[in-house]
Design a protein around this ligand. Structure first.
Ligand code: PHE
Length: 361
């Protein structure tokens, strides 16, 4: 084969490579040229029959031919790869500035919404969220909170006990309040503490205004000089922010809890207009929380020196304030899992409560 024909063949095969539309077509070009029975391969097979002089010259041109075609194929492969990637990127492009489509189904339960709102309010005051287990032991739920075994408060808690516990070991139980997380927090590290603890709580109680499972949020603030005045300020600020009204009034009534001294229960004012509850108006009072200054014995039992540290705690019923704020008339419907109820009272999971946007927008 002379030089000219080799050049022509090279041009023809390189053009075929350039024209290949995709990887499969390009592979076909490669096989037809360089495969076992490819045109270049066939030419190379003919070298063996040539005289040495001619073979060297022909061998050189055929090697150049093969290099040229390999280079054309590689260049085309790279071009195809780029083209495909560009197309893929264009196809997968997302316009992140488009508004998210609202979800048709799936609503946030009012209790979840209220937990988000309440923690947002206390977070803005410098509290952080802490959590603890639903299944507690006797020490954290009672003893460390100054409720020793023979204390009458234990009866009032209507505790669900679990199987287990032998000899002097009391059985595990479902926590009757979120207060054991006060104990766990103090045991976990040194003061100061500023925590809020939302969570499920359990008591053997079921009627129009009680469900065996309900929700509380605990607050604990311990530092060197925290007073009842701080407690009052925080709770009043909370009530105004949560009910989104400056009109809400609070009433602190003296009370008793074994783990606080002094102790108070807090009511807010409300009225009922045409069957709808309105908070922050009228002269009716509704109890929403218990609170007080953490008892020195509790601090001591948790390893905190009461001569150096003091502060307040509160425990608030979340279900009740959810009902008050969102006009839900019956507590028990909150936990029936009825989707129609949730469609009516639920919240969009995309609207996170924040002060910037309005808490319950
Ligand atoms: N744990 C109390 C209850 O469930 C509420 C409370 C918490 C009272 C913290 C005072 C301080 O009734």
């Amino acid at each position: 084969m002379d030089r000219d024909s080799i050049d022509r063949l090279g041009a023809e095969l390189a053009a075929a490579a350039d024209a290949a539309a995709d990887t499969a077509a390009l592979e076909a070009v490669r096989v037809a040229a360089l495969g076992k029975k490819g045109r270049v391969t066939e030419l190379m097979k003919g070298l063996g029959a040539m005289a040495p002089e001619a073979r060297r010259a022909a061998g050189q041109s055929l090697n150049q031919l093969r290099d040229r075609i390999e280079a054309a194929i590689a260049a085309r492969a790279e071009a195809i790869r780029r083209r495909d990637r560009t197309a893929k990127l264009a196809e997968e492009k997302v316009d992140v500035t488009l508004p998210v489509r609202p979800t048709a189904e799936g609503k946030l339960h009012p209790v979840s919404q209220v937990i988000d709102e309440v923690t947002e309010i206390f977070a803005a005051m410098g509290f952080v969220v802490a959590e603890g287990p639903d299944i507690e032991d006797d020490f954290h739920n009672f003893t460390a909170l100054n409720i020793p075994p023979e204390h009458p408060a234990r009866q009032m808690h209507d505790t669900f006990y679990l199987a287990g516990g032998a000899g002097s070991n009391a059985p595990p139980l479902l926590r009757t309040h979120t207060s054991p997380v006060q104990v766990r927090t103090m045991q976990a590290g040194p003061p100061p503490y500023r925590i809020v603890v939302p969570g499920r709580t359990y008591r053997r109680d079921s009627d129009q205004t009680h469900t065996p499972m309900f929700h509380q949020i605990e607050g604990l603030a311990i530092d060197r000089s925290i007073t009842m005045g701080h407690l009052k300020g925080c709770l009043e600020e909370f009530a105004r922010a949560f009910f989104e009204s400056d009109q809400v009034r609070m009433r602190f009534r003296p009370s008793h809890f074994p783990f606080t001294e002094p102790s108070a229960e807090v009511d807010i004012n409300y009225t009922v207009e045409n069957g709808v509850v309105r908070v922050g108006a009228g002269e009716r009072w509704m109890e929403i929380l218990g609170c007080g200054m953490v008892h020195p014995k509790v601090l001591e039992m948790c390893g905190v020196d009461p001569a150096q540290w003091q502060g307040f705690a509160f425990g608030m019923g979340l279900d009740r304030i959810a009902m008050l704020k969102y006009g839900i008339p019956d507590l028990r419907t909150m936990f029936e899992g009825d989707l129609r109820w949730l469609a009516h009272y639920g919240f969009s999971p995309l609207d996170l409560p924040s002060f910037g946007q309005g808490l319950s927008r």
